[in-house]
Design a protein around this ligand. Structure first.
Ligand code: GLA
Length: 389
């Protein structure tokens, strides 16, 4: 399947730009196993890079012109590195534009290029197609110009492009895992220090299943920003009692309870979720290291309940999908993944129960929601890199 995609990409490059590309780069999407809405609270996340990616075939130019062709949208754009502006029409091109803009702002000398882009990360499903696009583009500029960009710096640059150029105020998780994922591993990331640990996933007889609800994440941007603001508000109030804290990461659960009378109810609920979710991430890693999958599954389920009842970023479609999975014996754990308000769930499932899960989802989910689900069985893959052609 990947070979076919590569052939198609290279042929399309030859078609559009004459001659061969210099390099082919890929960057994966991600699924977060646990640690949701913790990254912008300086907390912990535990994602894996998946076998769905954005690929870019490119050739260096000697001038400052960037010509991009999106194979999937059948659209071309052209811009100069000397004058990068937001594109209202072809919005997908704002990710490459933003990345080029911030690479140059960080004083990296880059030249123009011709490139063809293709991807199989489903768009708008919460599997981080945007981060994959940013990281694929940054890696392309890096390789084609013979630069060395530290992985954490690249992730931060890509996050900046998304925050300041595209205008989505995301945390660091998606860009970091797309750059740093490792085959058969999940990544525990401390989103404050950016220290990380790659944790081997012993996935023999176990599958990671992503179920797309088909519900587009309509409210996500505005509600995401509201949640961020509520967390910041919580920190502001708690700071009066706990001098020196700068994020919810620094707050003990017992302290939240102690001062909860001073915090508005909704804000307190949000803080409660984040503080507990951070603890769950660390406990999950321990559980995985001790091969205690049942414990890990319970923590995933608790995470979903917290996202549903305390953080309130789930929706009836995500809840339905998770409830269908929870009823199956061989499902170790299941929760919504990503920002919420639609998108996907992630389930960890014993291989023998995989078919039952697929059948139940296909049968029950449309009845409950009127929507058609998509099911992806994912493997944990390497982060961004060059693909041999
Ligand atoms: C989106 C953001 C991430 C993270 C998740 C929620 O995917 O891009 O930074 O905040 O939502 O965990």
């Amino acid at each position: 399947m990947n070979n076919e995609r590569i052939d198609k990409l290279v042929n399309s490059f030859k078609d559009k730009f004459d001659g061969n590309p210099d390099i082919l780069v890929r960057a994966p999407g991600r699924v977060n196993l646990i640690g949701e809405h913790t990254d912008y609270n300086d907390g912990f996340v535990f994602p894996v890079a998946i076998d769905r990616d954005i690929m870019i075939a490119s050739r260096r130019r000697d001038d400052l012109i960037v010509r991009l062709y999106s194979l999937d949208f059948d659209q071309s754009v052209e811009f100069s590195l000397g004058d990068i502006k937001y594109d209202e029409e072809q919005k997908w091109s704002n990710y490459p534009r933003g990345v080029a803009f911030f690479l140059q702002e960080s004083e990296y000398k880059i030249s123009g290029l011709d490139a063809v882009i293709t991807g199989n990360v489903p768009l708008g499903a919460g599997l981080s197609s945007s981060a994959a696009m940013e990281v694929a583009m940054a890696t392309t500029f890096e390789k084609i110009n013979g630069l060395t960009i530290e992985p954490a710096e690249m992730a931060l640059l890509c996050q900046k492009a998304e925050n300041k150029f595209v205008g989505m105020n995301c945390g660091i998780m998606d860009q970091f895992i797309s750059r740093m994922g490792k085959k058969d591993h999940a990544l525990l990331l401390d989103c404050r220090s950016l220290e990380y640990d790659l944790i081997p996933l012993n996935l023999e007889n176990i599958k990671i299943v992503v179920c797309d609800t088909g519900k587009k994440r309509g409210l996500v941007d505005s509600e995401y920003n509201k949640r961020r603001a509520e967390c910041e508000r919580g920190v502001k109030i708690l700071e009066k009692f706990l001098p020196g804290i700068s994020a919810l990461r620094d707050v003990e659960f017992s302290d939240l309870i102690k001062y909860s009378g001073h915090i508005p109810e909704i804000t307190e609920k949000r803080c409660r979720y984040v503080i507990k979710e951070n603890i769950r991430v660390l406990e999950s890693v321990e559980a995985i290291e001790e091969f205690d999958l049942l414990k890990f599954g319970d923590l995933m389920n608790e995470s979903h309940i917290g996202l549903r009842d305390e953080y309130e970023v789930s929706c009836p479609e995500l809840d339905a999908m998770v409830e269908i999975a929870w009823k199956i014996d061989g499902v170790i754990g299941s929760r919504m993944t990503g920002a919420g308000f639609g998108g996907c769930t992630v389930s960890v499932v014993v291989e023998d129960s995989l078919q039952e899960l697929i059948d139940k989802v296909n049968e029950e989910y449309p009845k409950r929601t009127g929507l058609q689900p998509e099911i992806y069985i994912c493997t944990a893959e390497d982060g961004a890199g060059v693909v041999e052609i």
